[in-house]
Design a protein around this ligand. Structure first.
Ligand SMILES: Nc1ncnc2c1ncn2[C@@H]1O[C@H](COP(=O)(O)OP(=O)(O)O)[C@@H](O)[C@H]1O
Ligand SMILES: [Mg+2]
Length: 401
């Protein structure tokens, strides 16, 4: 017997026009919260007070709001790590409010900060936990573990037998995502999963999640305190106030353009124009095509090609087409061949990064541009800070007009 819920053949009827989203693969199911309430023992006011909310199949919905407003409590009621004191919860067509929590949790992946991995178990054992509980045979579990490591961008041969302490924070988080996806649950709950990693790693993890979600189409509920993260990852955002009161539930575009209350406007913050940069992906803008040169090739030829193209730098590619440095022409004239030195500070973003991420990366590296990579980290182009400036100009004149 399959433990997964029947997936919806069709996404729930959209509440508004959603351009270009109907061709997506969807394996998630809708979640319906109906008057859900949690009153902790001894509390005068409920932590979550009568929340009614529908989350469409295959959407990523972001929960934002001040600390203590009830986001985690609400999230944990969906997989019943916390028992509601009132209301009903539906997954798909099924009322799961009274369902056995262990059974329920096999159909709901859960990712928390720092991965929540068991330290005494290898990566493979951590990821295979739920499949093992579902009594998959060893070969099937092993194959699934490798498939998931691949999916989250970790080489199975290198990582399956490691222990969590032998991984970086970002890698632990990837394993946490892999573990949550192990039994292919239709629903994924994520509670500030990327809160504990550095900003560049966080960008990468976000980009990976976007890619995975494009592939899988789960229903994802994601708690964050970072509004930029909500705008970047969310199909919709729920802005909560105390007691998990829903102040606004809308697309990032509409929340930025038209915050429902002063409270939301404050939350969005003063840099609303800059936040528009979070709505645009690097893959959506025209990239510059720089002069390139492969490691070991003739440096003088590369300099000549760059001069002919009017470039004052060259992007150096390794033998697999991946950018490793971008020396100026003056630097290149120092050696007869293109050096294989890897510039550890080379600012690189992916196609799914936002213009905001790109700007952050430029600022962190004190550079006026970023190198953009596509499939298998191969060069896709270069984006200059001017492109970001032009995008700001456009949203400004758009807002004025
Ligand atoms: N186990 C608990 N017992 C009593 N009160 C709790 C418990 N967990 C959370 N709370 C309270 O419930 C409210 C909501 O908490 P929480 O859901 O963690 O908020 P958030 O995730 O938005 O920061 C807070 O006032 C918090 O202090
Ligand atoms: Mg919380």
């Amino acid at each position: 017997m399959s433990e997964t819920l029947p997936s919806e053949a069709q996404p729930a009827p959209p509440t508004a026009a959603e351009p270009g989203r109907d061709d997506r693969n969807i394996s998630g199911v809708p979640i319906r919260l109906d008057g859900v309430t949690k009153r902790y023992p001894g509390q005068d006011v409920p932590a979550v007070d009568d929340v009614t909310l529908e989350i469409a199949a295959g959407e990523t919905v972001m929960f934002v709001g001040p600390s203590g407003c009830g986001k985690t409590t609400l999230l944990k009621m969906i997989n019943r790590l916390i028992e509601p004191t009132g209301g009903r919860i539906h997954l798909g067509d099924e009322d799961v409010t009274d369902q056995d929590p262990d059974r329920l949790r096999r159909r709901i992946g859960y990712v928390i900060q720092a991965g929540g991995l068991f330290p005494h178990m290898t990566v493979a054992t951590n990821i295979g936990l739920v499949p093992k509980m579902l009594k998959w045979d060893d070969a099937r579990v092993a194959a699934r573990v490798d498939e998931l490591l691949d999916l989250v961008g970790l080489d199975p041969d290198q990582y399956r037998d490691r222990y969590p302490r032998e991984l970086s924070g970002g890698q632990q988080q990837r394993v946490g995502v892999a573990r949550a996806l192990a039994a292919d649950p239709p629903v994924l709950l994520m509670d500030e999963p990327f809160g504990a990693v550095d900003p560049i790693t966080r960008q990468r993890l976000q980009d990976e999640l976007i890619r995975i979600q494009e592939e899988l189409g789960k229903t994802i509920v994601f708690v964050t305190h970072d509004f930029d993260e909500a705008v970047k990852l969310g199909d919709r955002i729920v802005v909560f106030d105390v007691g998990a009161r829903v102040v606004q539930y809308d697309t990032p575009e509409r929340i930025l353009a038209d915050p429902a209350e002063e409270y939301v406007a404050d939350f969005v913050g003063a840099g609303a124009t800059l936040k528009q940069l979070t709505l645009t992906r690097v893959g959506d803008v025209d990239l510059l095509q720089p002069t390139t040169a492969t490691v070991g090739s003739d440096a003088a030829a590369a300099v000549a090609a760059a001069q002919a193209a009017g470039d004052d730098y060259v992007v150096v590619l390794d033998r697999r087409g991946r950018p490793i440095s971008w020396p100026t022409l003056a630097e290149l004239t120092r050696s007869p061949t293109i050096p294989d030195t890897v510039d550890e500070r080379l600012p690189v973003v992916g196609m799914r990064s936002t213009l905001n991420d790109a700007l952050d990366t430029m600022l962190a590296a004190s550079q006026g541009g970023v190198v953009v990579t596509g499939r298998r980290e191969s060069l896709a182009g270069v984006m200059a800070v001017e492109t970001v400036m032009a995008a700001i100009q456009r949203t400004r004149s758009g807002a004025a007009g």
